[in-house]
Design a protein around this ligand. Structure first.
Ligand code: HEC
Length: 388
């Protein structure tokens, strides 16, 4: 494997942050003074990985610079850039793992609960929630057998609730770490140079990029809700802000997701595939919003066809009754067709004319980001409360 190419040095954690800058000097040095007790061991980071990190950091700093934490326009500019043909996206595998750094500093990635996301989902709704200044470090982490690119970052905690993929505040500790995040971590596979996992942390050595004004939200018990204007929220889960306002499939997508969601509930899928992770999956799969389900639709259909899903409480797969299976697959296939049509339409438009977004920033039609007090009024959620 790659270890052959990498001579190893041990050096103190304090030097790690300067690693990127000093990489050339290190490469020439015969050895680096070992610091007793230092846990970090670094290999010379190959130029290709350094360059990849540099390009991603530059792209993030350019499209997602530090801005006021509630600036929806800045957020959407970042989303559009990352969702499109970004360098970040180029380096994503079919599914990327995402989540908080474990509270336990010794925990390995393997021991850390993470969620699986298709690139569409992660670049639309998760990565753009962070802002960057371009400062980063790259190191080889022997315990993980992966390169770690750590970027200084801040979190957009003051966005309207419908701009988050689901109410992160359903869990106090999660919302708290998101709010005070100061770095974004990319775990790069040495063989493929793909980002297999990404994490955020509030324990990076750098100072916060800007002062954080914490926001309090009350969790209303729903992953999806309807706001006072009758619009489905979170708006980002209907691709609001990355798809064009005139996308003729947006409404259908919403309706067909609701149809699908009824079948998912009927077939027990929502007992496990929701953000509060009732089944304690170590690699959670989310189906709880249109965008999340869109990212999983191929695997969803396949796993139901093959009777791998659903599972019982012992995690044993079982086949759905014929009738349920038929309806679920029918709804899923209809939803998949609309997802593809919506994507194809966007691609066509991209070639034809500049974008007009359904956001307050673009000043178009009334935006789902305005008047954002979450209304408990009507819920189209599959699941209420954290303990169904
Ligand atoms: C008892 C909990 C449980 C229930 C109920 C359940 N799943 Fe799963 N599902 C899991 C687990 C566990 C995994 C494996 C995650 C992993 O990769 O570690 C999984 C994985 C998946 C995946 C992604 C990976 C793959 O196999 O392709 C999809 C899609 C999925 N489930 C869909 C469904 C659907 C649709 C239903 C309802 C028909 C359902 N699940 C019901 C627990 C459950």
């Amino acid at each position: 494997m790659t270890t052959k190419r990498h001579s190893r040095f041990t050096f103190s954690p304090a030097r790690l942050s300067r690693w990127a800058l000093a990489a050339c000097a290190f490469a020439a040095a015969p050895a680096f003074p070992a610091s007793p007790g230092a846990a970090d061991t670094a290999a010379a980071v190959p130029p290709a990985v350094q360059q990849m990190a540099q390009e991603i950091a530059a792209e993030l700093a350019q499209n997602c610079p530090v801005a006021p934490a509630g600036d929806v326009g800045a957020y959407n500019t970042c989303r559009q850039a990352l969702f499109a043909d970004s360098v970040l996206r180029e380096h994503l595998p079919k599914f990327v793992l995402w989540g908080r750094q474990s509270k336990d500093p010794q925990a390995t990635l393997r021991q850390t609960n993470l969620t699986q996301f298709a690139p569409d989902v992660w670049t639309n709704m998760y990565a753009p929630l962070f802002m960057f200044n371009g400062k980063h470090t790259v190191q080889w982490v022997p315990e993980e057998k992966r390169f770690l690119v750590r970027l200084e970052a801040a979190f957009r905690n003051r966005l309207p609730p419908g701009q988050f993929p689901y109410p992160f505040w359903h869990e106090e500790a999660k919302w708290s770490m998101y709010q005070s995040a100061n770095a974004f971590m990319l775990w790069v596979d040495p063989a493929t140079q793909k980002i297999q996992a990404a994490q955020f942390t509030d324990r990076a050595p750098n100072a916060p990029l800007q002062a954080v004004q914490p926001v309090q939200h009350a969790f209303e018990g729903s992953w999806l809700w309807t706001d006072a204007q009758g619009r489905t929220q979170p708006a980002v889960t209907l691709f609001d802000g990355v798809y064009r306002a005139e996308n003729p499939y947006a409404k259908v997508l919403d309706r067909q997701y609701r149809d699908l969601a009824l079948q998912l509930r009927e077939s027990q899928c929502t007992k496990c595939h929701v953000p509060n992770n009732p089944d304690k999956m170590s690699r959670l799969v989310l189906l709880s919003t249109p965008a999340h389900a869109a990212g999983e639709i191929e695997r969803l259909i396949k796993s139901v066809k093959e009777d791998r899903m659903p599972m019982d409480e012992f995690r044993l797969s079982y086949a759905l009754p014929e009738e349920n299976k038929k309806w679920l697959l029918e709804r899923a296939e209809a939803f998949r067709a609309t997802v593809s049509a919506a994507q194809a339409w966007e691609q066509q438009q991209a070639a034809l004319r500049p974008r007009q977004l359904r956001t307050s920033a673009s000043g178009g039609s009334p935006s789902p980001t305005e008047g954002w007090q979450p209304a408990a009024a009507s819920s189209i959620n599959q699941q209420k409360g954290t303990h169904p």
